[in-house]
Design a protein around this ligand. Structure first.
Ligand SMILES: [Zn+2]
Ligand SMILES: [Zn+2]
Length: 143
């Protein structure tokens, strides 16, 4: 389920968001769009390096922040002390991470909405987002 009409036209996507097309932005979008799992910043930088796209860490951080604000990508937290980013072509979801092999799978469906409503009712606060990932041993690693 892609929300973008032509998922491979990153240029068009940037223009639609009124963002200037730069090699670094195209590179970041490209690697995240084709990644099977959420990527951390150093993986994104390594990809740009390999493609010989000049971009330092600060630039990449800025691009990731800008894309997150536009809703193009989503930050994901796997309790590693760093953020990862995921291309936002699917509805918000959670992940299962195998603590043995590190494999990541998407957990479809979110049941936290009800809990958010309860929190809002009890505290009068407005919940804007949540982060919930699951850890364990995957089928391949288990028994
Ligand atoms: Zn595993
Ligand atoms: Zn995911």
């Amino acid at each position: 389920m892609k929300s973008v009409s032509n998922p491979h036209d990153c240029r068009e996507e940037l223009r639609r968001l009124e963002m200037r097309v730069t090699p670094a932005r195209l590179g970041v979008l490209d690697v995240l769009e084709h990644a099977e799992v959420p990527l951390d910043v150093s993986t994104v930088i390594a990809y740009l390096d390999k493609q010989q796209i000049p971009a330092d860490e600060v630039t990449v951080f800025r691009i990731l922040n800008a894309f997150s604000k536009k809703g193009l990508i989503r930050p994901v937290q796997f309790n590693e002390g760093k953020l990862r980013y995921e291309y936002a072509d699917k509805p918000p979801h959670h992940h299962f991470i195998c603590e043995q092999c590190g494999s990541v799978s998407d957990v479809e469906g979110c049941v936290v909405g009800e809990l958010e409503k309860q929190i809002e009712k009890k505290t009068g606060a407005r919940v804007t987002r949540h982060s919930l990932e699951f850890f364990g041993i995957c089928r391949r690693c288990g028994v």
